[in-house]
Design a protein around this ligand. Structure first.
Ligand code: UDX
Length: 430
């Protein structure tokens, strides 16, 4: 199958590379000339495990191409995936300008039947908007279909998630068009749910909203554990074994960040409001998430007798491990809050230190986690990179002015850390 993918961000690039790997001919298009130049040279502009290899192999095999010529990509392909950004606009609603621009180009450039598949996370009803724009932009009347095919890729494991999905969702008004998209996923051996476009668009927001809700819920339970002396890990172990609940996405800590949950929760609240409904539970989940880093820093201040002038090490800057992505990172929020309280912060992150410094010019970073901790009166672990779990506690203790750990991701065993001579505070840990 000849496929075009519009947009070479996380979703577009992973989708394009994986479809090429499944044997299709894929052309990835983007207006960003620098990005396309890099990709043509086999360089990947983002940090995503496994992606470089499949991009290079499939480009070498001639199955994966890159272009800035969007019209050419439309002419060349029967199926066009839309994977451009839908950033947060004013009032939290998703900004659809890039999606609309692609629809217009498709309408103008198409010279025969085209199947337009929307992967970008868009408000419910956007499928119709895309169809309307394509129709209005056409100079000659060519048939086309619009299908919704939301993505559920996690950064850091996006290639794995694409190749091993829990399910594939296809929303269509024409069954034959839906079937064509479903066939692309057949080699993956995953359940394929074919539904209408509005429901498919709703499935995407509902999934992300529920996962965000789960995290804020367990963070509140952890906050209560702090008050009553129970241990959140024990609680999750007991609760998660109930098959109706399950233990995934029940990791308490400093809250969720990234390019999806913060934006998509606000977008769904906005979608609900426009439909005349006040989504109270989700609004609360967003509020709880906003407060969680503040609670963490307040706790640090309490234990340290104030943060002003205190030397504090921060481990982690990206919004989660295995990515250099800093978007809406709660770790960065914590760095800023610590600075506001007058703390002297030195941070370390294995992938995103340069990006963080570009965003926060005053940020001091170290070359490794131990250097960051030198002479520190407290260490805050705020991104759960594996390398932090495997740290040499004895060495760390020898370097710090006061062996005090605030574990914002609950990665350590409190007993083990305390036995090594540290004072330890997790989120909801006994
Ligand atoms: C998410 C969805 O998982 C994915 O399906 C969707 O397509 C895009 O949004 P992503 O943003 O890459 O993916 O990250 P994810 O792994 O879901 O984590 C999101 C945030 O939640 C991170 O900040 C993470 O640290 C936090 N999180 C996750 C928790 O605080 N606790 C958990 O138990 C799990």
């Amino acid at each position: 199958m000849r496929i075009a993918v519009m947009g070479t961000g996380y979703v577009g690039l992973v989708t394009g590379a994986c479809f090429a790997d499944l044997g299709n001919h894929v052309i990835c298009a983007d207006v960003d000339e620098d990005k396309i130049g890099m990709l043509k040279d086999g360089e990947i502009p983002i940090f995503e495990p496994g992606l470089t290899e499949i991009v290079r192999i499939n480009a070498k095999m001639g199955r994966l191409e890159f272009t800035t010529d969007i019209e050419d990509a439309v002419k060349d392909s029967k199926i066009i995936f839309v994977a451009v950004g839908t950033p947060q606009g004013a009032d939290g609603e998703a900004d659809l300008n890039q999606v609309k621009a692609v629809a217009e180009t498709v309408g103008k450039a198409m010279d025969g039947y085209r199947l337009v598949v929307n992967k970008s996370t868009v408000p419910v009803g956007t499928g119709d908007v895309v169809g309307q724009i394509i129709e209005e932009s056409q100079t000659e009347n060519h048939p086309f279909d619009v299908v919704s095919n939301p993505e559920f890729l996690r950064e850091g494991s996006a290639v794995h998630d694409f190749m091993h999905p829990d399910r594939v969702v296809v929303g269509c008004s024409n069954q034959a068009a839906g079937q064509m998209v479903a066939e692309l996923y057949e080699p993956l051996d995953a359940p394929i749910i074919i539904t209408d476009i509005l429901s498919a668009e709703m499935i995407k927001y509902t999934s992300n909203a529920f996962l965000a809700l789960k995290i804020s819920f367990i963070n509140e339970i952890a906050n209560i554990c702090d008050g009553v002396g129970a241990d959140i890990k024990e609680v999750v172990a007991g609760v998660g074994m109930d098959g109706r609940i399950n233990p995934a996405f029940f990791g308490a800590g400093i809250g969720f960040g990234g390019s999806c949950f913060p934006k998509d929760t606000l977008a769904l609240i906005d979608i609900a409001a426009k439909a005349g409904y006040d989504f109270r539970v989700l609004r609360s989940a967003v509020d709880v998430n906003y407060d969680q880093p503040k609670r963490f820093v307040k706790r640090m201040g309490e234990e340290l007798g104030g943060l002003n002038g205190k030397k504090v090490a921060v481990w982690g800057l990206s919004f989660k491990p295995n990515t250099d992505d800093l978007r809406e990172s709660p770790a960065l929020g914590i760095v800023r809050l610590l600075k506001d309280e007058g703390a002297d912060v030195t941070a370390y992150d294995p992938a995103s230190a340069d990006g963080a410094k570009a965003e926060i010019p005053w940020l001091v970073t170290a070359e490794n986690p131990y250097d960051a901790a030198k002479a520190a009166e407290a260490l805050a672990v705020v991104t759960d990179w594996n390398m932090f779990k495997e740290v040499n506690l004895e060495k760390l203790k020898g370097l710090m002015a006061r062996p005090l750990i605030f574990d914002g991701r609950n990665i350590y065993d409190p007993e083990k850390v305390r036995a090594a001579g540290f004072e330890y505070y997790g989120v909801g840990r006994r």
